[in-house]
Design a protein around this ligand. Sequence first.
Ligand code: ADP
Ligand code: DP6
Ligand code: CO
Length: 355
Amino acid sequence: MAPFIATTSAPVNIACIKYWGKRDTKLILPTNSSLSVTLDQDHLRSTTTSRADPSFEKDRLWLNGVEEDIKAGGRMATCISEMKRMRKELVEDVDASAPPLSTFSVHIASYNNFPTAAGLASSASGFAALTASLAALYVLPSPPTTLSLIARQGSGSACRSLLGGFVAWNAGTLPSGLDSHAVQVAPETHWPDIHALICVVSDTKKGTSSTSGMQRTVETSALLQHRIKHVVPQRMTDISAAILARDFDRFAEITMADSNQFHAVALDTAPPIFYMNDVSRAIIAVVEEYNRVALLPENGGKRKAAYTYDAGPNAVIYAQAANLKEIINMIAYYFPQQDAFKDPFDLFKGAGVGE
Ligand code: ADP
Ligand code: DP6
Ligand code: CO
C-alpha cells in the first residue's frame, strides 16, 4: 500500500487592517474584521508534510525539527480533529472504498523558512500550511474559503493565508463562526505593482505572544472598544475601495494609520505591551519624512511607501515597483548593517505580490 502522505506550503500574509482581539477565544472569532496582503514569493513560507498511518499511536507534530506537544483541546488538536471529521463526512461516508484515514493518527512535520514567533506572521503561514496539507492528505473537495474556517481555529490570521492577493477576514456575527472566514477582495493580478519589503529588525521570539497579548487588550483597553466600533468598519470599506482603484496613496495612508492604532491599543493595555523598538520607530520616522517630501505638489503629491508592523519589531514596507530601489537604498543608508552589502537588495527578504 502506498504511504498516505502530502506536502503543502503556505505563505505569510501581512495585515493592513489589523486583527487584534477575540470575542470567542475557543472558536477564534475576532472583535473586528481585518484585511491583509498574502505574499506570493518563497521567502516567507511554512512547508508542512502530513502522514497518516494505522501504525501511528498518536498525533504528533515537529516544528522546525523539534517535537511540540499537541495539547488535548488546544488549537492544533482542534484543527486536526476538524480535518479528520471532514475526511469522514465528505470522503469516507460517501465512498465506502476510500481508506479510513480519519481513524489513523497523523505525524506532521513543518518548517518555516523565516523567524518563528518574531512578529512575521508564522502562525498564519503555519496553520494555513497545516490545514492545506491535511486537506491534500485527505483529498478533501473543500474550497479555500471552507478550509479558512478550520485554519482560523488554529490561528486567526491563518484564515487569510489560504487565499492569495488582497484578503479580508470578515468578523461575522454568528456564534457558530460559520460566517467568520476569509474572502478575496482582489487577486494579486489586480495590482501586481505592489511589493512588500521585509525589514528584519530582530529575529528573536517576541516576549508576549499574539494570543496572550490580544486577550489582555480585550480585558483592559478602552481604546480597543473605540477602535472596534468607530474606526475599523470605515477603514475596511475605505481600504477595499483604495485597492480596487489601485490608489496607493490612500492604501498607504490607511495602512500606516491602522498599524499605529494597533500599537497604540497595545500600549493602552494593562500592563502595556511594546512590540516595536527604537529601530522600528526610526524606520517609521524615515518613511514619514520620505512621504512628506513625496507629498509636496512639485513631487507629485502622493505617498510612496507604507510601513506596517505586526506584533513584533519587524517592519514591512509596501511600495510600488518604481520606488522600490530608492526605498531600499534609503533604508540601507540609514540602517547600515555590520556586514558590508554589495547589493542593498541583500538587506531584505523582498517579497513581492504579483510578478
Ligand atoms: P507570529 O508573529 O510569528 O505569528 P505568534 O505568537 O502569533 O507569532 O505565533 C507563534 C506560534 O505559532 C508558534 O509558537 C507556534 O506555536 C505556531 N507556529 C508557527 N509556525 C508554525 C508552523 N509552521 N506550524 C504550526 N504551528 C506554527
Ligand atoms: C498583529 O493570528 O497570531 O499579526 O489568533 O491568537 O493565533 P491568534 O493570533 P494571530 O494574531 C495576529 C495579529 C497581528 C495582526 C493580523 O495579522 O491581523
Ligand atoms: Co501570529
